[in-house]
Structures are given as C-alpha cells and as structure tokens.
Design a protein around this ligand. Structure first.
Ligand code: ARG
Length: 431
C-alpha cells in the first residue's frame, strides 16, 4: 500500500489520454494521495487536438500538461524496426497498441525526470497487456520510479460513478455517447475489444469499423500501388518519395477505401486470458505483405528461414512488453543486418478486402530468370541434377534396403497395408 504521508505534495506524472478515465484519475490522485499531477500526452497518430487535451488536463486539476507530437519518433524507432522484423503477433496482429506503449512510457519517464518526480501513473486496468507494457518499460528505463495504476488499484468506479465524480469537480464530461467498445488507436492501427465482440461466434457489427469499408461495398475496380523500400524501410509510394508518417496515413486511407486490413483474432494475452480482438490496420497489413515479398526475392533461403523464426520471437517480445530489453537489442541487430539488400519495389493490388502482391523487382534480386526459366536461355545444369539427387536420396535408398519401412508388411505409421491397396485396384489387359 502507498503511504499517503510520503506522497502528499509529491509530483506524479500521469500518462493522459484526455478520456474520462484519465481525467478522473487526475483528480483522484490529488485527492487520494495528495499528489501534484503533471499530465503527459503523446500523439502517436490519433490525437487530433493536443491543445484541447492540455486544456482538459488543467481543468481536471493538473498543475501542468505536457504534450508531444511523437509520430515521427514512433515511425522511425518503433514501427519501421517492427516492420523490418516481420513482427506479427500470433501470425497476424501488427502490434499497433503494443508498439505504442513503450514510447508512451518513455515520454512519461522523460517527463518524470524533468519534473523531478518519483512517481508515474497510467490508466491501464488490471486485466490487459497494457499495464504490463507500461510497468515493464518504466521499470527498464527508470527502476527508481514507483508506478501507480489507479484503475487497477483503488479507483474502482463504474462509468456512471466517474461521470458523477467528474461533474462534482467541474471536470469536462464527454458529450458524445460512449463507444460500446474499448478502442485504442495510433498510426499503425485500431484495436477494438469488449462489448458484443466478447462472443467469439458473433460477427463484428458494422459500427466496430471506422477505418475500413465493408469489402462488399469497396470499389469493384481494383487499385494497384507500388511501394518502394530502401534497406527494409518504405520510402516511396507510386514512385513519389515521402516521409513515414504521411506514407502510412496514405496507405491507411487507400487500404481502408478498399476494405483491406481487417483482422478478427482470438489471441493469447500475457495475463493468461484468450481474448477476441478486432483490428483495422490497412497500412500495416499492406506494408508487411510487401516487405515480405521483397525479402522473398533478396534473402537467401537460410536468412529467410532464420528470420521467420526470429519474427515470432520478436513479436512476442513486443507484445509482452519487453521492448526495452537487451534481448531486443540483440534481435534488432540481427534484423538490421538482414535488411542490407531489402531495397526494391513491390506492386500490390488492393481489391475488396484483399491485398495481393502482383509484381516485384530489386537491384539485389537473387531471382534469376536464366536459372528459373522453362523456356529459351536456360542455364541450369540438368545433368548435374541427377548427381545431386543421387547424393540427396542416398540415405533413403540405404534405409529402404535395410529397414523396409514402407513395404507391404510394415506396421509403421502411414504405411499403407496391402489389403487397402488391393481394394481399390483395377487392371485391364490389351485384348
Ligand atoms: N489486444 C491488443 C494488445 O494487447 C490491443 C489492446 C487494446 N487496448 C485497448 N485499450 N483497447 O495489444
């Protein structure tokens, strides 16, 4: 338990979204622990009105409200490395929320140092992954800080309680109706959970989606785009060079218009719960697809295999809140090295909910038409194939001679018994 004698008059920096939960938390931290509250808000792509958020923080009782436009940092130090790593949690989730938390935690820690605060706070509940990500990131960056999560410990209020609490203190209460879902969003995607989505059999209702149209209602005509990469980082769209933030924004809009980027997933949370999540992540889905297609062309088979195994580990690490770990730095060094030749262009076709690679080219391509062709100009040594197969198949022939694994009397798994073979047999003879 926290000793209020120690906290009275101390500064706490609160990760502030501007929503009702964290606005109430400002007042609650003051009243419960006697803290002076400084709020810290980072725009990772979804915060439209930073000045408005600042005003609201002050109205809620904060002594100071810090805001950052952290979008470029987010793209350069979080999204691009995750893209290069091929990090998709359990094969699909591009990790938008999970990538945002360590950066928000870093902003929080920096603010705490500037303010000379020994406490930080965040608005995560006790049931999700986000609390873990905040706590671990703060612990890794500044183990001397104490983390308080009011919604997890102490500030147990229903939404109605929160509204009453806010009204009584002149804290602005949202005029819009509360979304029936829990939503988190940034440049890399929108994460939607709770409400009717908790029934895993129920198809997500229309109102879940805000970035993507229903694939049925997307244009009948496909749209083709070309994405250019330099060393694994997207740098051009249809030949025009652009910075990361606008490039991602454009792809989100384009993909969304064609119904691309919807993900409906049952995932394993770190806290041991399986949960049903809906994601909208058009840019992330398109970019992962294109990046992988380019790697298919330029990475050796071995690099490709190692990298695929590493990708799962990398995704787990991000999901589990271990961004600021030594292991991450080691994995990132491997990934960085693999990206030396990941330069080239990928053609992607967007059509009614799907994104498909239809063309690729690279100055470092390992694909050789002369070797691959079945037509004229073939340089592959067909004769040499015979010798290769002779050696590659040697152990199989050797084992067959001594162990007869697949013979008619074998009881080995998958061996087909003679009775089965004769049952389906027919034969005709030349008259
Ligand atoms: N399940 C996702 C994750 O753990 C998304 C969490 C979304 N958070 C939220 N407050 N809605 O990364």
């Amino acid at each position: 338990m926290i000793d209020t004698k120690k906290t009275a008059g101390q500064t706490i920096v609160l990760a502030y979204s501007g929503g009702l939960d964290t606005s109430v938390a400002v007042a609650w931290l003051r009243e419960t622990y006697g803290f002076e509250v400084v709020t810290c808000t980072g725009n990772l792509g979804s915060v439209k009105d930073l000045a408005g958020i600042q005003r609201k923080a002050i109205q809620s009782g904060a002594k100071k409200a810090i805001v950052h436009d952290a979008r470029e940092t987010f793209v350069r130090f979080f999204l691009w490395p995750a893209l290069q790593a091929g990090a998709l949690y359990e094969g699909r989730y591009p990790l938008a929320t999970a990538l945002g938390r360590p950066l928000l935690a870093k902003l929080l820690v920096d603010a705490a140092r500037e303010e000379g605060a020994r406490y930080v706070a965040h608005g995560s509940t006790g049931k999700g992954n986000d609390q873990v990500r905040f706590d671990l990131a703060v612990g890794a960056l500044a183990p001397e800080l104490t983390v308080i999560a009011p919604l997890r410990s102490g500030m147990h209020m229903t939404r109605e309680d929160e509204i009453d609490y806010a009204k009584a203190r002149g804290i602005p209460v949202p005029v819009t109706k509360k979304s029936p879902y829990s939503v988190d969003e940034n440049l890399w995607g929108r994460s939607i959970e709770a409400g009717v989505l908790e029934d895993p059999w129920g198809a997500p209702p229309r109102d879940v989606f805000q970035w993507t149209v229903d694939p049925d209602e997307a244009p009948a005509k496909p749209k083709e785009i070309v994405i250019g990469f330099r060393e694994g980082i997207p740098v051009t769209l249809d030949g025009a060079a652009g910075d990361g933030v606008p490039l991602i924004e454009k792809l989100n809009a384009l993909g969304g218009k064609h119904g691309v980027g919807r993900i409906d997933q049952i995932e394993n949370r770190l806290v041991g719960i399986k949960s049903r999540e809906i994601y909208e992540a058009p840019a992330a889905v398109i970019l992962h697809l294109a990046h992988r297609a380019l790697e298919d062309m330029v990475l050796s088979k071995e690099s490709h295999r190692s990298k695929a195994r590493m990708a799962d580990e990398y995704a787990d690490l991000i999901y589990n809140g271990l961004w600021f770990s030594a292991h991450h730095q080691d994995l990132a060094a491997f990934v960085r090295s693999t990206q030396r030749f990941v330069t080239g262009e990928i053609r992607v076709r967007l059509h009614r909910g799907t994104a498909a690679v239809v063309g690729r080219r690279s100055e470092h391509s390992l694909y050789s038409t002369a070797l691959a062709t079945y037509g004229k100009g073939d340089t592959f040594d067909h004769q040499a194939a015979e010798g290769f197969i002779g050696v590659f198949g040697l152990p199989l022939r050797n084992q067959s001679r001594t162990q007869a694994l697949w013979g008619p009397d074998s009881e080995a798994t998958l061996a087909i018994p003679k009775t089965v073979m004769t049952r389906g047999r027919t034969a005709t003879k030349r008259p």
